[in-house]
Every structure is written in structure tokens, then in C-alpha cells.
Design a protein around this ligand. Structure first.
Ligand code: NAP
Length: 306
């Protein structure tokens, strides 16, 4: 495939940027990929494993002459990075980001970008619980959604080019506004992560009472929470601090439902429990039918111990 951008700058070299670099290199989607990260250690690893064509020491150097700049740092670090790169961006360049929250990133980044630069915020809805420069893989975005935030002021050509890049990396692309994104992701990602963190925290407290049973019998369901709860602490702290309203709205609804189910258990309302679980089972079927997960029992991990 021919290059979609002549020079791409990756700011931050963790799971997402690393996966983008590998996907772009696999298919020759960028003439040159220049990367930088905050620590010398991450930059050294990126050099060692050949993640980019060039690894440089500063963000200013990285964005020099870049046609596409990708901000792939935690949401809370976006403002500082944008302030650093603003004066060094090429006129006509596109700046995008991969942050999990969109309204806050837009408020943090947009004021630092000069006129003549196209800002198209983005979010690949794909990830794992791993982080760092060694965690990326080229197939991460395959058949996953990337959401681009566009409005009336977005440059159509710049949006089309960025869309083409994500599609070439295997993603399906949707566009929406930032407020809608933040509420939708609070439901599908942010609140579930908080619930997983809480469940693992409760089990950890219990473990002091029940010895190692929490680990021993984890295949009964608990271990699926532990995968989510092993996600990067910096990233998730920033997500909750910056998508506060939407997350609190969903958690409020969650708490009401939890109380209702608690009451059904207390009063022995089996019909209510059965109907509720029947409805939620259908959601899982919908995800499988949409090609967003495997239909193998227990995620294909073999026998289910329950
Ligand atoms: P990651 O693997 O932890 O990598 C983060 C990168 O950002 C590292 O290169 C790190 O540099 C750099 N960084 C961290 N703090 C910084 C700071 N204060 N200033 C400048 N650079 C800093 O993270 P990731 O999973 O790729 O996530 C990157 C972005 O993608 C986040 O905004 C996240 O919300 C979003 N996202 C993540 C996922 C996911 O599942 N992980 C999915 C979709 C979107 P050092 O290594 O030198 O510290």
C-alpha cells in the first residue's frame, strides 16, 4: 500500500502508539515514523525493538515537518504536550490524539494549536491491560472501532485522510461529537472498569479472611474482573478525573440497579432476577454477532470451572 502520510510523529510510545507504529510499518502507511517518549528508558526500548524509523529526544524535534502528529500519552498529560508542540507544527499538518476521553482532551489541546493546523480528536476503542513500548502489536485495531470527533469546522479532506489511515490499520471508523463519545464510553468502558477495580478490591480485602481461595477459585468469574482491573493506573486515574460527569451519571444508574437486584434477592423475587439475566445474556449475543468477541465458551480458554 502507498504511504498515506509522508511523516508521522508519535508522541508517547506505549501500547497504542506502538501498535500504530507496527501497523503502519507492516503496510507502508507512512513515509517515515518519528517517535518520542517522556523517559530515556522508553526511548531506548523503542530504538532497540525498531518501533519507529527515528526516535528523538524532544517533542519539538519529533513534530518537525510532520504531516500527522499523534498524541498518545495519558489524558492528563495532553495539555502540557500540546503546549510543547504548538510552536513547532507544520502549517497544514493534522494533529490527532488517541485519548479515552474526548471533551477534556479538546479543551486541553485546542488552545495550543496554531491556525492552519487541523485538529481531529480520535479514540481507538481497542486495548489490552498491558502498557509500555513492548506491549504493542500490529493487529490491535483489526475489526475494532476508532471514533473520530468531527464538527462543522472540521476539514473534510483531513478527516478523510485520517479515516483512510485508521481503515488501513484494520479499524472501522465512526464519527460523533465529543459529548456523545464521553457518555457512550462511560457506559461501555469507564464504569465497567471502576466496577472491576471495586470487585477486585473487595476480593482482596476478603482474601485476608479466606486465605488464598480468591486466587484458587478465580476461574469462577473473578479472574475476568482481574484482567480489567490490571489496567494502567495512570491512564485510568486520568479517565475518571476527566470524564467525571458522564461516569458519575452512569455509576448513579448502576447503583440504583444494584439496589433493585439486591432487593430482588432479599425478597426472593426469582422472576425479576431471571428476566434481568435473560436480557443481559442477549447483549452478549449481540456483541458476538457484531464480530466484537469470540463465540467460543469462556473466551476460548477451555473448560469452565463454575
Ligand atoms: P502507555 O502504554 O502507558 O504509554 C503511555 C506513553 O505516554 C508512554 O510512552 C509514556 O512515556 C508517555 N507518558 C506518560 N505520562 C506522560 C507525561 N506526563 N508526559 C508525557 N508523556 C507521558 O499508554 P497507552 O495504553 O498507549 O495509552 C495512551 C493513550 O491512549 C491514553 O490517553 C489512553 O487513554 C488511550 N487509550 C488507551 C487504551 C488502552 O487500552 N490502553 C485504549 C484506547 C485509548 P514513558 O514510557 O516514558 O513514561
Amino acid at each position: 500500500m502507498s504511504a498515506i502520510y509522508n511523516r508521522v510523529a508519535l508522541i508517547g510510545l506505549g501500547l497504542i502508539a506502538g501498535s500504530m507504529a507496527l501497523a503502519m510499518r507492516r503496510d507502508g502507511l507512512a513515509g517515515e515514523i518519528v517517535g518520542t517518549a517522556r523517559s530515556a528508558e522508553t526511548r531506548a526500548v523503542a530504538e532497540e525493538i525498531g518501533l519507529c524509523d527515528r526516535v528523538v529526544g524532544t517533542t519539538a524535534e519529533a513534530v518537525q515537518g510532520a504531516d500527522l502528529v499523534v498524541l498518545a500519552v495519558p489524558v492528563g498529560a495532553m495539555a502540557a504536550v500540546a503546549a510543547e508542540i504548538g510552536p513547532h507544527l507544520k502549517t497544514g499538518a493534522t494533529v490527532t490524539d488517541v485519548g479515552s476521553v474526548k471533551r477534556h482532551v479538546i479543551h486541553s489541546v485546542a488552545p495550543h494549536l496554531p491556525a492552519g493546523v487541523h485538529f481531529i480528536p480520535g479514540h481507538p476503542v481497542a486495548g489490552t491491560e498491558q502498557s509500555g513500548p513492548r506491549s504493542g502489536f500490529a493487529e490491535l485495531f483489526q475489526n475494532r472501532w476508532t471514533l473520530l470527533i468531527v464538527d462543522d469546522g472540521s476539514d473534510a479532506q483531513a478527516v478523510a485522510r485520517l479515516t483512510a489511515l485508521w481503515q488501513a490499520m484494520g479499524a472501522n471508523v465512526d464519527t460523533m461529537d465529543a459529548g456523545h463519545h464521553d457518555l457512550a464510553l462511560a457506559v461501555t468502558s469507564h464504569a465497567p472498569h471502576l466496577i472491576a477495580y471495586t470487585m477486585v478490591g473487595v476480593a482482596d480485602d476478603m482474601q485476608r479472611v479466606t486465605d488464598d481461595e480468591v486466587i484458587k477459585y478465580s476461574a469462577a468469574g473473578f479472574r475476568d474482573f482481574t484482567r480489567i482491573a490490571a489496567s494502567d493506573p495512570t491512564m485510568w486515574r486520568d479517565v475518571f478525573l476527566t470524564n467525571k460527569d458522564a461516569t458519575l451519571e452512569i455509576l448513579g444508574r448502576f447503583t440504583e440497579e444494584l439496589f433493585a437486584l439486591q432487593r430482588a434477592i432479599r425478597t426472593g423475587d426469582g422472576d425479576r432476577l431471571f428476566d434481568y439475566f435473560t436480557r443481559t445474556r442477549a447483549i452478549r449475543r449481540g456483541i458476538i454477532e457484531a464480530g466484537q468477541d469470540t463465540d467460543a465458551p469462556n473466551f476460548g480458554r477451555g473448560a469452565v470451572k463454575e
